[in-house]
Design a protein around this ligand. Structure first.
Ligand code: SDX
Length: 434
């Protein structure tokens, strides 16, 4: 459904002048006050740094209720999709809005599989990087470079080209991610294997070596597939908003996704899984937790509990529970690495959830708290954690980008400001300055 304009409206009164602002309702969730004409009517802007109270668009893709801990993709609860479906089914759902029939799913899997290879000249593109380059830096560059190889799917106004670019993005991002990893460890790139599903193929491209047969561990592949589903989309988060605003200028989809990857890299966002694992390693043992918590509560320290807190979830992040389950499955299957860290993580969670400081600030574990332990136990280095987040989130970014391009209301994103700089003044010749 589209937004319904309410009969009721909001009245803003400033200096005795009143402005009627329409109120729109969606399917579910908070109504919105439409301020689109406020500046024209009042000569004033609204002010909302960080957009804590601002809806930037209408969207039919993902719904979050931060207080109830709800996350739904196209109306389907994340718990059901993660348990009953697979990542490519979620990709189909996010892209096209409905769960696929068996035939549609088979065709879609085949289509994506047949686009997993990258242009072979991309290999040479990688050799320009230092071996110790952070894989996220390599991802920003290599994904942006796709526009140099796939000119035939960069016309954003052509729906067919938009669809091809979307499929290419979803299909090639794991291949580029695996190449970024292989390059940093000095191992040869492994080509995609079409007989494997999305997660299994990604694991093989990361961990296989030419000298021996690589057997994918089905338990780990299934856990990774679930982790991709959990990270696929998340409403108008920082990186999705970055993709939307880049796309609003008409930039090609590859450049927009590269912008999203750059934003995701930040430790306050997708970089938190890497930072959370580093934090757990720094704490080391359960007996060191109280000392760390004291640092977090000390206003003079900038120490934060990485993997905790969220702009929207002021209750448990539903993904964190599912991540914790995946973490247990993977640690049981791998039987090594992470038990001590998991013990620290679970004790840290227990302490934080009972500590008034965190309760008052509604700080709960988020999706990043358990993902680091899980991915480390699977054999990924911490520098790859945010890369895996980007592999999963690409479908969300490209679905939101496509929805934005197709939105008749969309125009170039151009926020205004409250100017607090110097008042107008005349130029002073350098010979006359202080
Ligand atoms: C992701 O938006 C999304 O949907 C993102 C994401 C997605 O799927 O796309 O869910 C993925 O980014 C998850 C979040 C990963 N980030 C982290 O785990 C980093 C640690 N968390 C924080 O930096 C923080 O919680 C944010 C950035 C996630 C949210 O910040 P807010 O809502 O802007 O909170 P805030 O900075 O206004 O904090 C409110 C209070 C402050 O204390 P007071 O000034 O009121 O005394 O809570 C404190 C903050 O200092 N606080 C924390 C904290 N997070 C907030 N204190 C300690 N540890 C933390 N993690």
């Amino acid at each position: 459904m589209d937004a319904k304009t309410n009969t009721k409206s909001a009245t803003l009164t400033v200096d005795g002048k009143s402005f009627e602002l329409p109120i729109h309702s969606g399917t579910v969730g908070p109504d919105v006050i439409d301020i689109g004409k406020l500046y024209a009517q009042s000569g004033m802007f609204t002010y909302d740094p960080g957009f804590t109270s601002t809806g930037s668009c209408q969207s039919k893709i993902t719904y979050i209720d931060g207080d109830a801990g709800i996350l739904e993709y196209r109306g389907y609860p994340i718990e059901q999709l993660a348990e009953k479906g697979d990542f490519l089914e979620t990709c189909y759902l996010l892209l096209y809005g409905e769960l696929p029939t068996a035939k549609q799913k088979a065709d879609f899997d085949k289509l994506v599989t047949n686009h997993t290879m990258v242009h072979d000249q991309m290999n040479r593109f990688f050799t320009g990087f230092r071996r110790d380059a952070h894989p996220m830096a390599v991802m920003v560059a290599s994904v942006g470079a796709l526009a140099a190889f796939y000119h035939d799917s960069t016309d954003v106004n052509d729906a067919k080209q938009r669809e091809i670019a979307s499929i290419r993005m979803i299909a090639k991002i794991p291949t580029l991610a695996a190449m970024a990893y292989k390059y940093t460890i000095g191992q040869p790139f492994v080509y995609p294997t079409n007989s494997l599903d999305f997660a299994a193929n990604f694991m093989k491209m990361c961990f296989a070596v030419p000298c021996e047969e690589y057997k994918v561990n089905p338990v780990l592949a299934k856990a990774l597939d679930k982790i991709f589903t959990l990270h696929a989309d998340h409403e108008q988060n920082a990186s999705t908003s970055t993709v939307r605003i880049a796309g609003s200028s008409g930039a090609n989809p590859f450049a927009c996704i590269a912008a999203g990857i750059a934003c995701l890299w930040g430790p306050a966002h997708g970089g938190a899984n890497e930072a959370a694992l580093q934090m757990l390693a720094e704490i080391g043992t359960v007996d060191k937790i109280p000392e760390f918590i004291a640092k977090v509560k000390d206003k003079n320290s900038s120490v934060r509990l990485m993997g905790f807190g969220h702009r929207v979830y002021k209750n448990y992040d539903p993904r964190a529970k599912l991540m914790q389950q995946a973490c247990h499955e993977v640690l049981k299957e791998t039987g090594h690495g992470g038990d001590e860290m998991l013990a620290v993580a679970m004790e840290l969670e227990k302490i934080a959830l009972s500590d008034q400081y965190f309760i008052d600030r509604k700080l709960y574990p988020n999706v990043d708290f358990y993902s680091g332990i899980t991915l480390k136990a699977m054999g990924f280095p911490t520098s790859m954690f945010t890369v895996l987040f980007a592999v999963a989130r690409t479908v969300g970014w490209i679905s939101q980008w496509s929805e934005m391009i197709g939105d008749p209301q969309q125009k170039i994103g151009r926020p205004r400001q409250l100017y607090t700089g110097a008042a107008r003044r005349d130029y002073v010749d350098i010979t006359k300055r202080g």
